[in-house]
Design a protein around this ligand. Structure first.
Ligand SMILES: [Zn+2]
Length: 360
């Protein structure tokens, strides 16, 4: 893998990840871009002990542009996009409208009990392919491996940034899920705090270890799902994909490596190679359920950078909000207001449906 670092016209970093050693990466971004916006501010909610990023500038971001104005397609002779090159394999660049960045202004006391601090960190965009109309499910195994190498690279580098506490690699897919660009891409958030869901999971893992002779909760969940088998969707010698017993979403699949590692940077070459065909077969199974491109969120859960790394267990949580053709699961009163999920699809039935689509 060859890594080439360049900069866009407003100073943002852009990194090409290429399979070939001889790709030409000399193209220069000459667009007249506005100065970079300042980072959002973080406000602490003392009632939930959670940080909320308040980012007014994000309201102005690009919203579903026509395909010929896609900012993630390569630049052509007549049109300059975010990517100066005329073609690319995988490319990562700093988000133009980041929630977190190193570029922050002064923040004033807002009164109340809420502590305020700058949204230190970084937000990056990763394009998985230069092919606008492709999707992750249709990437070749070798391209998925290159994406994983890029994720590993970004995880290691962002983890080393001052103030970063957790690195989150994810993909939102589908307009139903609020995606503003259809070009196959994901995002990486380097947060200046440990996210609420990770905190919850690691708290549970800590109590479980204390009550079970130091056993790892995630490892035991994986072992129990493999033993039960009823919710396993697909597996190979190094990874297992299963619907969790207490799934909160209509179609939810967790993908675990059999060997515990804290993060993507710690995966072996063999593990990356084994993940690729398994994961894309699960994504295709998801799309096969109702013969529509399913909206989904695909989220890598990684260990925090500075704490609880021995408790954590790298895994991917994939879920769709579509529960039936023409029907979406919305986060209404119980879920949004109380965090109490009601799932309309039984996890065993969801697993059976997905299994029947794997390798179709
Ligand atoms: Zn595009």
């Amino acid at each position: 893998m060859k890594r080439t670092i360049t900069h866009l016209a407003d100073g943002r970093e852009l990194i090409y990840f290429d399979r070939r050693d001889d790709a030409d990466r000399s193209a220069i971004d000459r667009r007249p871009l506005d100065p970079r916006p300042v980072a959002s501010e973080l406000r602490y909610d003392p009632l939930t002990e959670e940080w909320i990023a308040v980012a007014g500038h994000r309201q102005t971001r690009t919203f579903l542009p026509p395909a010929d104005a896609c900012p993630l397609c390569p630049s052509s002779g007549t049109r300059a996009s975010e990517i100066p090159a005329h073609d690319y394999d995988v490319v990562v660049f700093e988000n133009r409208f980041p929630s977190f960045s190193g570029n922050f202004g002064a923040y004033e006391d807002v009164g109340g009990l809420s502590e305020v601090r700058p949204g230190v960190g970084r937000c990056e965009v990763m394009c998985f392919t230069s092919d606008h109309s492709s999707s992750f499910s249709r990437l070749s195994p070798s391209r998925v491996e290159l994406v994983m190498e890029a994720w590993a690279d970004r995880t290691a580098e962002l983890s080393a940034l001052e103030g970063v506490e957790q690195v989150f690699c994810f993909e939102n897919r589908g307009e139903e899920i609020g995606i503003t660009l259809t070009h196959p891409h994901g995002q990486i958030y380097a947060y200046p705090y440990v996210t609420p869901r990770t905190k919850l999971q690691l708290g549970a893992a800590s109590r479980y270890a204390a009550g079970h002779g130091g056993a790892n909760l995630f490892a035991d969940v994986l072992a129990a799902e493999r033993a039960a088998g009823t919710r396993v969707v697909a597996a190979n010698e190094l990874w297992t994909a299963f619907v969790p017993a207490a799934a909160r979403w209509p179609f939810e699949v967790h993908v675990y490596p059999h060997r515990r590692t804290p993060d993507l940077a710690a995966l072996s070459e063999q593990e990356r190679a084994a993940f690729a065909p398994l994961y894309t077969s699960v994504l295709r199974a998801l799309d096969g359920l109702f013969d529509v491109a399913m909206p989904y969120v695909s989220a890598w859960h990684q260990a925090p950078v500075r704490r609880d790394r021995e408790l954590a267990y790298l895994h991917l949580e994939l879920f769709s909000i579509r529960r039936a053709p023409g029907k979406l699961k919305f986060l209404a009163g119980s879920e949004s207001a109380m965090g109490a999920f009601v799932n309309d699809v039984s996890p065993e039935e969801a697993a059976r449906m997905l299994r029947s689509q794997v390798d179709h």
